[in-house]
Ligand binder design. Sequence first.
Ligand code: 9GP
Length: 830
Amino acid sequence: KLVHRGDSSSSRETTGDIRRGMDCADLKQAIIDHINFTQARLVSQATLNDWYMAVAYAVRDRMLDDWHVSLGHLRNRSLKIVSYLSAEFLMGPHLGNNLVNLGIVESVRRAVAELGQNLDDLLRQEEEPGLGNGGLGRLAACYLDSLATLRVPAIGYGIRYEFGIFDQEIRDGWQVEITDKWLRMGNPWEICRPDISYLVKLGGHTEQYSDENDCLRVRWVPGKVIKGVAYDTPVAGYCSGVTDLLRLWKSEAVESFNFQAFNLGDYYRAVDEKVSSETISKVLYPNDEPQIGKQLRLAQQYFFVSCSLQDMLRIQRLRGENIGDLAGSFAVQLNDTHPSIAVAELMRLLVDEQMMEWEPAWEITCNVMAYTNHTLLPEALEKWPLPLFSAMLPRHLEIIFEINRRFLDQVRSASPGDDGLAARLSIIDEGGERYVRMAHLASVGSHAINGVAALHTELLKETVLKDFHDLYPERFHNVTNGVTPRRWVLLSNPALARLISGKIGEGWVTRPEELRALEKFAGQPAFQKSWRKVKLENKSILAAVIRERTGIQVDPASLFDVLVKRIHEYKRQHLKVLHIITLFNRIKADPKSEVRSRTFIFGGKAAPGYHMAKLIIKLITSVGEVVNNDPDVAGRLKVVFFPDFNVTNGQLVYPAADLSEQISTAGKEASGTGNMKFSLNGALTIGTLDGANVEIRQEVGEENFFLFGHTAAEVQELKSRGYDPRSWYEGNAPLRAVIDRIAAGDFSPGDRNLFQPLVDQLLGHDDYLLLADYQAYMDCQDRVDAAFRDRDAWTEMSILNVARMGMFSSDRAIREYCENIWHAPPIPGD
Ligand code: 9GP
């Protein structure tokens, strides 16, 4: 049952309640009240930010009744709480999403307009909390939306980074990183809870002692103690009446001021401890950088995990339940290996602090924990050097050794004499320098392990976690990722949402399988015309923003060919560049040659320390400089690098795309979720059989998907035969011409060798097989051009894509987690 608020005509009566009332008069009064009494401003002097803050507070007030009820459910012993542990939550701007989920967009728009403001201007005022790198953090945010929508009691636990992912500027074609000061203007969505705080120990040493029963126990004597303070953000479900909780931890000093030092006259040392304690939640680490040695990163992971587990134990006590029954009350999901220290920390809390015996503590731990793997890339699988680990978490290392000893005993008794197997499975990598392998810790200590797309799960079972799969096949699951249709259609593409709802009703928002009803209209000329109109409007909006941010004028009638995601060699943005240069070469060889008009839109951040990724950005912008200004091209090709790709910008970009580029080397992208957002907004996909592309193609139909490239198995096969990129280069004249042009400095006037590292990588190693996939990609792009020429057929394919994307709603994914992994039922309806 959907609980509609202000936008439904039935609940429009005036309540006179400025905290809760949904009618226009109440909302107006509430906003003015917040301007006066929260922002402490006269309306006549209010800035745009004051207006935004006041509207945000007025909306937040309206979330609180549901929130209180939902928080009350956390104490309901018959309900299991999903505890989603994630180092990243990429929530995106809150205001628009909350308006959508509360069903009050139009009433607030009206109220704001009557106060002389424009809601869209206020929405643009919000600084998004960039507390994530990309897909992984955004997935966590989609899952919170679905959990609340499906009425499942849940807490998202993470870190309140003071500085999120850097803002990206493009200067002279290069990425420049700017500190993300997202909290600078205040954050109206969070509530600080100084009363909910925990102490977290670090460093020091351990000691043995005998307890009152003469049992030998271990005590951790820390070198340092810091405090984690809870900051809570309400997460409203879509018209579900449930508001779940995002609880982020901020690190603080236990004593913020060292009086002893102060009294000795050492003013600076007096605040030292405060500064160093606060460092822990200071900044989000960009991924795709070497992990090894990042001590602070391990401290962050331990910090938020420890606070979260202590919080769960407190809630367990509040529920009046025994700690021994923890697994009945909580399902803890480890979002990648980042929180996997939770396995050792829960053991420590149970054994050292709750004085439990090892065996029952281990049973609880395994029953509570479940682990999602999000990558097969060896460089992204976390491992910590033993010396670093033991210096920071000496007790945890002992516990891990004990977990490992017991685990390997089992392995050895099941496969006697197979030392190789024990070495491969061991939580400690003893191959050279010794490391703690976090994926192994998570796999040993969890009752369920899942990959994030069918292909990825199969590859996990065959490669990275093969030995674990042989040992515990019953633990393995697949849960293909999903995205929320609330943010990614209703909020970001309102015109499409209206068009769809006008045809098939609104049920698709929570039951996206109903989108199938669009199939029967896919061939209808009038509907196609409306569909194209929506797309063209979205493209025009994006074109205006591109003009404003980059100065480049693009034609909304051209094919919008979009590649937005983190910049990484495996994602192959540079393969797209090879395509652009190929078209450029065709035009230069014959300026009259028929090349369809296309706008190539790139976006994405490169990790600050990932030089090749940054060089790829420079290549894109440099090729753009040449192509965009070439008289022979005459505007037929435009290359745009859209700076600072984030959730806010994604909401503009996905609805405006005609073609979605999902061109990673097969076997490398675990799932992808951008692929889903594009297709759900009517873009057709050109892609490899990688990640969730495989399932998207199955769902939308192979005739509605542009497939190219080697499969994961063929990639393996090519590599094992000894892949020689140079022979592919030599055997393909257009490819040679493209690479030669880059190598000759045609796109780097004044610095001929600028792109030499890229050229050397492609010709020398080509780890991601661009050259092997080049021809198939070009041919496929030619098929795209031909298809785009037939506007009706293209539109029909676009409609069918949307109609068949229901499976990729995050609601479906969350239902699967609830049923197969968490065993967490929803809160019963009223
Ligand atoms: O690279 C994967 C991406 O394919 C997936 O869609 C996303 C969410 O499952 O996770 C990404 N992984 C990471 O960011 C790090 O493991």
